[in-house]
Design a binder for this molecule. Structure first.
Ligand code: C2E
Ligand code: MG
Ligand code: MG
Ligand code: MG
Length: 280
């Protein structure tokens, strides 16, 4: 009996594993098709300071007719494992730049933050070419773009990444560290790289209003950012109490559902117009 059980549980495990592989391969095939047929789209979430919207983050969405919405956390890693991430990033950069060029007609100094995968930094020349051509095509200065990378980008290829950031920095392009506090950070990298923004990960913000330890950690991050002359932005602000806590600590750049969910361009414009109206 035991033997039988052992065998069947092995079988269960192996079939689950093959299911997983099958599912991954299916997703990769579908993603490749979606890219080819331009079935991905972008949504935009505002970044807010005392004056209102100062930037927007572009976030990628994939809705498959059969599978429904597949979250970015699920399909970006698949894209990263194949070469698809290159094509996707180039598409995202171009679409984001075209969008921000339109938005700047209403809101002149706003810029767009685009997520870049560590994989993209392995091909710095390609990325640089894509960005510079995109800026040129949209007739935009480098200051219209911020690139968001996670700390893990520095695990591979610090030298190339460093050079890439410095190169692009000369054009006025900004850099942000995304999900700060959750990856493999090194204060040395933060010291040596031309970085503009630290985005404090949502997990620290979530219970900042009721957890003294998290509050202390965020306070510390703000001190570090200040010492490095970097701006600090709090991610995932969902409620008033969190915003108030952050303001008391001196953090006044926010992003999160409390202000707005990520929106399609058309809805984003409506949001922005009502934001501008409120101010006037
Ligand atoms: P991220 O760059 O840290 O983006 C923030 C994520 O938090 C987004 O999830 C956003 O929708 C979500 N979010 C924003 N405000 C709140 C809030 O108040 N509460 C909660 N619970 N969530 C909030 P999303 O769009 O599902 O993206 C997940 C991750 O996928 C991103 O994390 C980013 O790492 C990656 N990603 C998204 N778009 C792209 C892209 O175009 N290229 C690359 N390479 N990665 C992308
Ligand atoms: Mg991001
Ligand atoms: Mg983040
Ligand atoms: Mg993230």
């Amino acid at each position: 009996h035991a033997k039988k059980q052992g065998k069947s549980s092995f079988k269960l495990y192996s079939s689950r594993l093959s299911d997983k592989i099958h599912c991954r391969q299916k997703l990769e095939t579908l993603l490749r098709l979606a890219v080819k047929n331009e079935e991905l789209h972008l949504v935009f979430q505002p970044q807010i300071n005392e004056d209102g919207v100062f930037a927007i983050e572009a976030l990628l969405r994939w809705e498959d007719p059969e599978l429904g919405v597949i979250s970015a956390d699920e399909f970006i890693p698949i894209a990263e494992e194949s070469l698809l991430i290159e094509e996707i990033t180039h598409w995202v950069i171009n679409q984001s730049l075209q969008m921000i060029a339109r938005l700047r007609l209403i809101c002149p100094s706003v810029y767009v933050a685009v997520n870049i995968s560590a994989k993209n930094c392995l091909y710095p020349e390609k990325l640089k070419h894509c960005i510079l051509t995109g800026l040129n095509d949209a007739n935009l200065p480098g200051s219209a773009l911020e690139l968001e990378v996670t700390e893990n980008v520095f695990l591979q290829n610090v030298h190339n990444t460093n050079k890439l950031f410095k190169d692009l920095g000369h054009y006025g392009i900004r850099f942000a560290i995304d999900d700060f506090g959750t990856g493999y950070s090194s204060l040395t990298y933060l010291l040596n790289l031309p970085l503009n923004t630290l985005k404090i990960d949502r997990s620290f913000i979530q219970d900042i209003h009721c957890n003294k330890i998290k509050l202390g950690v965020v306070k510390g991050i703000l001190v570090i950012a200040k010492s490095l002359s970097m701006n600090c932005l709090a991610e995932g602000v969902e409620i008033e109490a969190q915003k108030q806590c952050l303001e008391e600590l001196g953090c006044n750049r926010f992003q999160g559902y409390y202000f707005s969910k990520p929106l399609r361009e058309k809805d984003f414009l409506l949001y922005l117009k009502s934001d501008l109206l409120q101010k006037s």
